[in-house]
Design a protein around this ligand. Structure first.
Ligand code: COA
Length: 171
């Protein structure tokens, strides 16, 4: 019995109208995000569709055929010269732990560095659910800079990490 070969993973940075529902699905199915967080993740794609790159929201999608396997949304932080934020990253549940998130992060870092970014910030929660996520960032060179106790909810701190990127295009 032979299994069908899977199409290769391709990368896409333009945002399609269908991505709004795709992001809703991916973030809902992850089991990590509340409905209000899912709505915000989708709104960032809406904003990008409406305003283009001027929205300040940039995307990377990992595609296989018509399926979105994972994505990230990132952008420059207003009123800073070289600081960028990773707003969202998610990989489909059944594909986690196989290297796709690392590939998405590497592409985001490359794009940010090319655009003149020198520091990439990521934020996550202190809840036990996010332990693997914190490990993911730390093992990719993100240093924990601050813990804002009780930020998201009582007992749920905001943990801020950053990575210094190679200087490529200083403005
Ligand atoms: C965090 C996330 C994007 C990482 O993507 P990924 O494809 O699982 O990451 P990789 O396979 O490249 O890397 C796996 C590493 O992350 C860790 N990891 C994080 N979440 C994991 C998960 N759910 N399953 C397996 N490994 C996970 C592993 O410990 C592994 O560490 P190692 O590189 O030291 O072995 C993905 O797990 C995810 O979508 N998580 C839920 C949503 C989320 O937390 N988003 C970030 C919000 S702040």
């Amino acid at each position: 019995m032979s299994s069908q070969p899977q199409p290769a993973i391709t990368w896409r940075e333009d945002v399609l109208p269908s991505d709004v529902a795709g992001i809703e699905r991916l973030t809902t199915d992850s089991g990590f995000f509340r409905p209000d967080e899912v709505a915000i993740a989708a709104e960032l794609a809406d904003e990008r569709l409406a305003k283009g790159p001027a929205s300040g929201y940039h995307f990377i999608f990992a595609q296989q055929g018509g399926d979105t396997l994972g994505y990230a949304c990132y952008g420059p932080i207003a009123c800073t010269l070289h600081s960028w934020d990773l707003f969202w990253i998610a990989v489909r549940n059944d594909l986690r732990g196989q290297g796709l998130g690392g590939q998405i992060m590497a592409l985001v870092e490359q794009r940010v560095a090319f655009a003149g970014g020198e520091r990439l910030y990521v934020e996550t929660s202190s809840r036990p659910l996010y332990r693997p996520t914190r490990h993911f960032y730390q093992s990719r060179g993100y240093n924990m800079l601050a813990v804002l106790e009780d930020f998201y909810a009582p007992g749920d701190a905001k943990m801020i990490y950053a990575k210094t990127l190679p200087v490529m295009n200083r403005r």
